[in-house]
Design a protein around this ligand. Structure first.
Ligand code: GUN
Ligand code: ZN
Length: 429
């Protein structure tokens, strides 16, 4: 029999979204454990119980650290790693000034590999073990991303960003080449190891109707692949979409009319939705991805977390690096809390942690594999130090329960709080 390792620490087990079920349904074990064998979670329970069940197991005791699933970042642009925190622009200007010139560089496989490696290492050091990334129009950028993740054994999702208009020379494909390149990459990578391919039209302003239709056709041929795009992020962008697609009922309709609305769809931002768009997204079961540091940094608006979740929408959480201003899902949870506060709702720490792990995994439809630490799932997990800086330590020392103990780390924590990261049971950080 192969080796079993018991990891001891504080643990949390969610039965469902605590925003709907209530935080009392979350089971907290101050002396909990997970048993790991062959890269998978074998069992989860109290430390005493698992020590009795597996007396011959190796034991790693993480003390008062909180063992959590690795964070799942449901929307990121790895090629924007080097231009994170670029000053002073709103969406369209930001894309033209900072993003597109940087993305042009990814036709060079050497540069693409260098940034992909840097990005996945930064993500891991911040406790993120799975992400869903946009690459650039260059197939080389997709190869670099999947190779960097595979070298570290990570479960990742991503795809070639397609654009055939309103982008500079050197950063446009065509309807046909977007279809052909995406198909070839999908065949090379989807289901290869822990990789999933995501069909990726950037957003309606940078795709002609012909390109949207070609990618809709590809999705119809491969409905098990996710599809990701951007939706209703800024009001100027929405007005531009209205000009470009005068016949469309709304922004979502520009996707719907071309076969790009579906249950496996991931719609980033989704801030300024019309009632019809909300209804259609709920009917088809598409996921909305909230990117709060991006929404405040680029000045996009305040996502309606409470309204959308209570209406039954699937919602994931994401950094949107480099429109987002951090690689950290802790910082992202803090921003989600602040955005919700500005809309009159205080998100419970249980909800924030759920969103950054299980919620994002549900949005990506991979919660049967990662994001929960349920027995049988892949052993991607972190140990979170709840006293990682003097400021956090003095606050958490006063806590009367786990939620009060973890909230200062959510609000003030960064990569210093990530005391360890395991991917398929192997320590990576
Ligand atoms: N909309 C289209 N492309 C992008 C991007 O790269 N970042 C963000 N935040 N929004 C977008
Ligand atoms: Zn984005």
């Amino acid at each position: 029999m192969s080796k079993i390792t018991l990891h001891l620490g504080q643990t949390l087990a969610f039965s469902d979204n605590p925003m709907i079920e209530g935080p009392d349904t979350v089971r907290h074990d101050s002396r909990g454990a997970i048993a790991v064998q062959d890269g998978h979670v074998l069992a989860r329970g109290s430390a005493d119980e698992l020590r009795r069940s597996y007396p011959a197991a190796d034991v790693e005791d993480h003390g008062a650290r909180l063992l959590l699933p690795g964070f799942v970042d449901a929307h990121v642009h790895f090629p924007q790693t080097a231009i994170i925190a670029s000053w002073g622009k709103r969406l369209i200007d930001w894309l033209n000034t900072y993003t597109f010139p940087e993305e042009m560089r990814f036709g060079d496989p050497g540069y693409a590999s260098e940034v992909a490696a840097r990005y996945v290492d930064l993500a891991l050091s911040h406790g993120t073990t799975t992400m869903c990334s946009y690459c650039t129009i260059h197939p080389e950028s997709v190869t670099a991303y999947f190779e960097a993740a595979a070298r570290r054994g990570m479960r990742v999702l991503g795809g070639k960003t397609c654009m055939d208009r309103n982008a500079p020379d050197g950063l446009r494909d065509t309807a046909q080449s977007a279809y052909d390149d995406s198909k070839a990459l999908l065949q090379a990578w989807h289901g290869q190891g822990r990789a999933s391919y995501v069909i990726t039209p950037r957003f309606s302003p940078t795709s002609t109707p012909e390109q949207l239709s070609a990618l809709g056709a590809l999705w119809a041929e491969h409905p098990d692949c996710p599809m990701q795009t951007h939706l209703s992020e800024q009001t100027d962008e929405i007005a531009w979409v209205r000009d470009l697609f005068p016949q469309a009922r709304d922004y979502l309709d520009t996707y719907e009319a071309h076969g790009l609305l579906g249950a496996n769809g991931l719609y980033g931002h989704a801030i300024h939705l019309e009632p019809r768009e909300r209804d259609r997204l709920r009917e088809v079961g598409g996921a909305l991805v909230h990117c709060p540091t991006s929404n405040t940094f680029i000045g996009s608006g305040l996502f309606d977390m409470a309204g959308l979740i209570t209406a039954g929408q699937r919602v994931g959480l994401a950094t949107d690096t480099g429109g987002g201003s951090s690689f950290s899902m802790l910082r992202t949870m803090a921003a989600a809390y602040e955005v919700a506060q500005l809309r009159g709702m205080a998100l419970h720490p249980a909800t924030l942690l759920w969103l950054a792990t299980e919620g994002s995994a549900h949005a990506l439809r991979i919660a049967d594999r990662v994001g929960t630490l349920a027995p049988g799932t892949e052993a991607d997990f972190i140990a979170l130090d709840l006293a990682s800086t003097p400021a956090i330590a003095q606050r958490s020392a006063r806590a009367s329960d786990i939620w009060e103990a973890v909230f200062p780390t959510i609000m003030m924590g960064d990569d210093r709080a990530i005391a360890g990261v395991w991917v398929m049971g192997e320590r990576r950080v």
